[in-house]
Design a protein around this ligand. Sequence first.
Ligand SMILES: Cc1cc2nc3c(=O)[nH]c(=O)nc-3n(C[C@H](O)[C@H](O)[C@H](O)COP(=O)(O)OP(=O)(O)OC[C@H]3O[C@@H](n4cnc5c(N)ncnc54)[C@H](O)[C@@H]3O)c2cc1C
Length: 265
Amino acid sequence: MKTKQINFSKYSSFKIGQIEEVSILEELNDYNDKFYMLGSCNNVLIGTNPPPLMILSKKYDYIKIENNVLKIGAATPSGKVASYCKKNNITNFEFVSHLPGTLGGLVFMNAGLKEYEIFNNLISITTVDGEVKKQNIEFGYRFTNITAPILEASFLLNYGFDVDKVEMFKQMRANQPSTPSAGSCFKNPKGDYAGRLIEEVGLKGVMKGAMCFSNEHANFLVNNGEGKFEDAIFLIKEAQDKVFERFGIFLECEIDILENPSKGI
Ligand SMILES: Cc1cc2nc3c(=O)[nH]c(=O)nc-3n(C[C@H](O)[C@H](O)[C@H](O)COP(=O)(O)OP(=O)(O)OC[C@H]3O[C@@H](n4cnc5c(N)ncnc54)[C@H](O)[C@@H]3O)c2cc1C
């Protein structure tokens, strides 16, 4: 099986991590469940001792239309999906223009902005185990029960790219920091906002090393320079403990923490 060295302090959106040997999924039998499947690392925090990592080969980076269905390879970057839809006047994917990731990562966690989620127009996915129809997948807010690597997803094809929506999504992002992060650190608890709770317990802007919950948006854990994994973990635990003590609410991580053994968060 092919492998490649990836420097996660450059590759990951957090700009945290070391150089790791990553296996490349080219053929179906390259995969076994000891591997952790990565997309473009916009929603993960790489630890000092991560599990064996795998990425999809470029073979899964494509977009095609077949029998009036839009088929997208799971390694396709979101920016490429957005450009393709704009060029071909396809609608319902305007929101991905401001969502960093690969199609596989977007589908795995049902990524989205407000009510615009990638599952809205999904028909089915193809994983290493074969095709799974949407009705056989459990999904919700930043959640799916998918366990196998996604290779391709099929979507309803609708025409009428909406430039105004792109602008609306850009505006929704206006209060979010551009400093390296992995997007929202915690899922919003039902009826509340993780950012509000973090601010209430006094953690907004508090630094640990180069890491802090951003002054622009408290649910964004940002790396102001040479941020370290341990500092990120410290702040995540601190937020969980303080919010639980004060409000009795457990803040569930939206980002995935890759460390063996797990840090118990
Ligand atoms: C600045 C910023 C803003 C963001 N804003 C938002 C937002 O508004 N809404 C939102 O939903 N997200 C947001 N995110 C998070 C990120 O855009 C999404 O989580 C995206 O889906 C990550 O895709 P990825 O390819 O980078 O996946 P990764 O971060 O590499 O992986 C994320 C998860 O997907 C799984 N995965 C990846 N590829 C596959 C595959 N082929 N098969 C199976 N599982 C796979 C991984 O195992 C992991 O559990 C933001 C991130 C950043 C950095």
